[in-house]
Design a protein around this ligand. Structure first.
Ligand SMILES: Cc1cc2nc3c(=O)[nH]c(=O)nc-3n(C[C@H](O)[C@H](O)[C@H](O)COP(=O)(O)O)c2cc1C
Length: 200
C-alpha cells in the first residue's frame, strides 16, 4: 500500500462514517456507469475457470443500482466469461478511482439476461456498440489473420448478453494522508446491510 502522502487533502465528511463511505462508493459506481470519462467507467471482473483458477478482464460498467446492490455489464454470448459463469456464477469486481484514491472490491452472483429479457437493454445499445456482436467468429477463437476477426454475419442481438451482478459484499479502501480507511459491507438476501471497519 502506498505511504500516506505529505500533502494533506481535506478530510471528507464520510471519512469516519461507515454509511457515508458506502454511499460515496456507490456514488462513484453510479457516476462510473453514466460517465465514460470516469475512472470507474471500466472495472475488472473476475470469474473462476474450469480448473478453478482465477480469470479476469476489463469490462465497461453499464449500470449501478445502490438500492438493489446490483451492477451490470454487457458481453458476447460466446465469450469465455459466460462459459465460466454458467459453470459457476460467482464474480469478484475491482474498481479503482485514482483521483478519489478509493478502491472498491465487490463480490456477487451473476445472472445472464438474453432474448426478451435483454431486449430493452439492447434497444439502448448504440449502433457502434452493436458492431461487437455482429462478428461471425466467436471471441477468443484462433484466426489465420486479423481480418478474419472482422467478418460480420448477423445483427448481433442474438449474441448480446447483459450480465447483472447481485452484489453481496463491498470492501472499501480510502487512501489518505491522515490515515487510510478500510471497511467491509455485507448485504444479506433480505437486503440487510452490515458494515465494519477493518485495519487498512
Ligand atoms: C477498456 C476495455 C473495455 C472493455 N469492455 C468490455 C465489455 O464491456 N464487455 C466485454 O465482454 N469485454 C470488454 N472488453 C474486453 C475484455 O476485457 C476481454 O478481453 C473480452 O471480453 C474477452 O474476455 P473473456 O475471454 O474472458 O470472455 C473490454 C476491454 C477493455 C480494454
Amino acid at each position: 500500500m502506498p505511504e500516506p502522502t505529505r500533502r494533506s487533502a481535506p478530510i471528507p465528511p464520510w471519512y469516519d462514517d461507515l454509511d457515508g463511505s458506502l454511499a460515496e462508493g456507490w456514488g462513484l459506481l453510479v457516476r462510473g456507469a453514466a460517465d465514460r470519462r470516469s475512472p470507474m467507467h471500466t472495472v475488472a471482473v473476475a470469474t473462476v475457470d474450469a480448473a478453478g483458477l482465477p480469470s479476469v478482464r476489463t469490462v465497461v460498467l453499464r449500470a449501478a443500482d445502490p438500492a438493489r446492490w446490483r451492477i451490470r455489464f454487457h458481453t458476447d454470448a460466446r465469450s469465455r466469461k459466460l462459459e465460466e459463469l454458467a459453470r459457476r456464477p460467482a464474480v469478484a469486481v475491482l474498481a479503482y478511482h485514482p483521483p478519489a484514491k478509493i478502491q472498491l472490491r465487490l463480490t456477487g452472483t451473476a445472472r445472464v439476461l438474453a432474448g426478451e429479457t435483454a431486449a430493452p437493454i439492447w434497444a439502448q445499445v448504440t449502433p457502434h456498440g452493436r458492431q461487437c456482436y455482429r462478428v461471425a467468429k466467436a471471441p477468443g477463437e484462433p484466426i489465420a489473420s486479423p481480418a478474419d476477426g472482422a467478418v460480420m454475419d448477423a445483427d448481433g442481438q442474438d449474441r448480446f448478453r447483459a450480465v447483472e451482478v447481485d452484489v453481496d459484499s463491498i470492501e472499501w479502501l480510502y487512501l489518505a494522508a491522515a490515515g487510510h480507511r478500510r471497511a467491509r459491507f455485507r448485504r444479506d438476501p433480505d437486503g440487510h446491510i452490515a458494515g465494519e471497519w477493518l485495519v487498512p
